[in-house]
Design a protein around this ligand. Structure first.
Ligand SMILES: [Zn+2]
Length: 352
């Protein structure tokens, strides 16, 4: 979500694996390749084993693609799941949000994502309720498609360390997200931000930061103070995209942030930022911004995320994947693999 406005193979020979093939679109050709996905109804151990075998297959290239297009596994590192029908309801999205106010769970996402080659997701918590961290962890415990959780804990609160110590015991808990305004406040004298960021780093957890185009500059300041903390800028700093070269201030902010080796940038919410409606589906419209990010962060620190289901406001998941696949495949298969999963593994450090 754009949280700115919220003040918020097949069967294996031994039969132990249950992996289902699915077609995956290859951009520019309209053809499909077989990509393995994790099926429902498995035990967690079976599905984790299946995922591990599948992951190994991708790394060795043994998953064949038709034509000359490589099959590249995709981890979507920015999704939101929630269930308004649960007894306590949800703090977000609001009832008046006709497109988002519905039950959105991993199965709903998987139906769309698996055919596109998306083999797992990192979920970002959009609820400010502490117990919703546990709700997402419970979801992840039932479904290995959810590789990790980026939770929400008030980083300024005295209770921060208690909550963090509790959730960090779960290996699916990979970090938390804050708004850029919390950095602004926390950098002022007397704040607990730095202490709590160091605590995150001690737990080997990361920090996602969401905010406007000034976010990269704030992240640069924070990274200088807590260099061991891995920080992921969300939604390319929510930069409005208009098909033209991005503003110099945003570029300089990204350059300053990128000087710190533990800062990553999530190429997410791309289609929601477009000034043209509906969002253009051609790479050329996004290329000036993507080129700027590529020059700044290189092949090792850009991460894929959709922001589904909020991204539906801009374009379909298929369109989003098509745009970034075209851009990153043009940089080479290695770069594309890094963008679609390996860089994210370095940032979030999920276990499979
Ligand atoms: Zn979001």
């Amino acid at each position: 979500m754009r949280h700115l406005k919220r003040r918020t193979k097949q069967q294996s020979e031994n039969g132990t694996l249950a992996i289902t093939p699915g077609p995956r679109l290859v951009p520019g050709t309209g053809s499909s390749v077989n990509v393995r996905g994790i099926s429902r109804g498995m035990t967690r151990r079976e599905s984790l084993a299946g995922a591990a075998v599948a992951a190994t297959a991708w790394l060795t290239g043994s998953v064949h693609a038709d034509q000359d297009q490589p099959a590249i596994p995709i981890i979507d590192c920015h999704t939101h799941f929630y269930d308004p029908s649960r007894p306590q309801g949800v703090p977000w999205p609001g009832k008046d949000d006709k497109s988002l106010y519905r039950t959105v769970l991993p199965d709903d996402f998987r139906k769309l994502a698996n055919p596109l080659g998306i083999v797992g997701t990192v979920v970002v918590e959009a609820s400010p309720w502490v117990e919703d961290n546990q709700w997402l962890l419970d979801l992840a415990a039932r479904d290995p498609y959810v590789l990790g959780i980026v939770g929400h804990i008030d980083i300024a609160a005295d209770t921060f360390s208690d909550h963090l110590n509790r959730f960090a015991k779960n290996p699916r808990y990979r970090g938390i997200r804050i708004g850029s305004g919390e950095i602004t406040k926390g950098l002022k004298a007397g704040g607990k931000l730095i202490e709590h960021c160091r605590l995150l780093a001690e737990h080997d957890l990361e920090l996602d930061v969401n905010g406007g185009p000034d976010t990269p500059q704030l992240v640069a300041r924070l990274a200088a103070l807590v260099p061991k903390l891995r920080i992921v800028i969300n939604h390319i700093g929510n930069l409005p995209i208009d098909g033209k070269e991005p503003p110099q201030a945003w570029i300089e902010g990204m350059q300053n942030a990128a000087k710190h080796s533990n800062v990553f940038c999530k190429v997410s919410a791309l289609v929601e930022q477009t000034q043209a409606k509906p969002a253009p589906d051609l790479l050329t419209y996004y290329a000036p911004v993507l080129n700027g990010l590529w020059k700044t962060f290189g092949e090792d620190r850009l991460i894929f995320g959709s922001n589904w289901p909020v991204s539906d406001r801009g374009a379909s998941l298929e369109t989003i994947v098509k745009i970034v696949r075209e851009f990153f495949l043009a940089k080479g298969e290695t770069a594309a693999r890094k963008f679609f999963s390996e860089n994210a593994k370095n940032a979030y450090r999920w276990e499979r």
